[in-house]
Structure formats: structure tokens, C-alpha cells
Design a protein around this ligand. Sequence first.
Ligand SMILES: [Zn+2]
Ligand SMILES: [Zn+2]
Length: 274
Amino acid sequence: MWTQAVDLHCHSHHSDGLWSPSEMAKRAHDAGVKVWSLTDHDTNTGWDEAADACSELGIRFIPGVEITCAVEMTSETSDSTSWHLLAYFPEGCSPEFTSWLESFKDSRVPRMKSMLSALAELGHQIPFEDVAKFAEGSIGRPHLARAMIEHGIVETMQQAFDDWIGDSGPAFRERPLPTIAEAVEMVHSSGGITSLAHPGYYGIPSDELVQRLVTLGVDCIEAVHGSHPDSLRFELMQYALPTSVGGDSHGTEKRPSPGKMPVPLKHLHRCFHP
Ligand SMILES: [Zn+2]
Ligand SMILES: [Zn+2]
């Protein structure tokens, strides 16, 4: 038995998505999704709106977050500077988790300010407010890129990353990241479960990767991700680790809405079953 009624990875304007949580909930519903999660980067500020929208639409909402973690295993074939861990709270979430997330958000502001002073030293003054106004929840580089367009420094987001604020750009600054182990522990003690997002991004052979995830106590692997070819999906589903499924829609043209992500029910973690 396969299902296309589940999509557990989606972004709104609370992080780097284009639309509101309720708009994304509506898009999920219209695509036939019955179990949906909003997983903005490092913030849960969109949960209330998403939950309200889902209860009106009659679909099940699972509160989620995509946590930016430190790189766990290095690879010669991938230049990822972080690993993304999805956290889900089908049974609700303790307030400690929110404060833990907030502590990282606090670190995003000083980091943004240090990128702005780097840009200023390179001749481009942008007031912090001009970046903050684009950020509904956690402030990050996509918001800075939009401010750079507005200030006429670059013409496109891509150019902002390529020339200035990408990982090897002159105005890039690191921010402190939790390890996967720290994030897993926090999520578990707050009543949630975890899944490694888009495992194909990290350049680690599947058997080594799954073995490490099991050791770390990660509960699932996002074998069925929008960017993965079928071959990788099937390969990752062969292990005992349950699967999660995520279209990773940001509301952009590439994938405007959640849904249409077929997954075999027997591999999907039981708490996500429709
Ligand atoms: Zn991600
Ligand atoms: Zn994502």
C-alpha cells in the first residue's frame, strides 16, 4: 500500500518560504494531503496559524521544525556546512523546546549583525532593520539577500550568495550550531521524534549514514525527499530505520505546494500514518 496523503516537510515565510502557514496548509489540502507538517528552519512561530488552518480544512497537523545542526560526518563529495534534522511533535511539545530554539534564534541576530558589519567594511551599508523587515520568524541569509537586492547591491538572490554571503563569500559569518546528538536529546526530552532531512545532500554512503543515525538515536530518515531520485529513495528504505516523507516546498515555482510524494506505508513511521 502506497500513500500520497502525507507531506512532512514544508516552509512558510516564518523562515525562507514565500507564503504564510495558512496558505501552505491550503495548498497541502488542495493537493490531497491529509497529514501535513510545517517545518520552518529553527523556529516554531508558525505553528499556531498552521494548526488553526488545518483544523478548519480538516487535515491533521503535526508541529515540526527543521533544526540546523553541525556537520556530523565529513564527505569529499559534499560541501554541506550543516546537517538538517527534522523534529516532529505529534503528541505536542514541551515549552523547554521553544526556549531552546529561541536560544539559537538569539544567536542569529548577532550573527546577522556581524555579516552586516562585514558588508559595511566592504563598502555596502545596510541597516539591520532593512533585513529584519523581511524576516517573520528567524532571520537568515535569504532575508539579507533580499535587502541587498533592495539596496541595489545585487540583482538576484543567487548573486548575493555567489558574490557575498555564500559559505565562502567575503561577508559570510558562522553561527553556533547544535550537534545532531544535542538536538535529538532535546527533541526526545520534549516529547518529539526526529528524522534526518534530505539524507542525499551529505555525500555519505547509505550504510554508514544509517548506522550513525541509529547510534545517535535518530528515529527516521527522510528517504522520500523531493530532491531524491527513486533509486536513492528505495535504497534508503531498505534499512530498518523508518522513513519520513517531505516535498520541502518553499512555495516557489519549483515546488509550489506540498503533496504528491508517494511513499509505501510499511516504511513510513507509524505516527505519520494517515
Ligand atoms: Zn534542509
Ligand atoms: Zn527544508
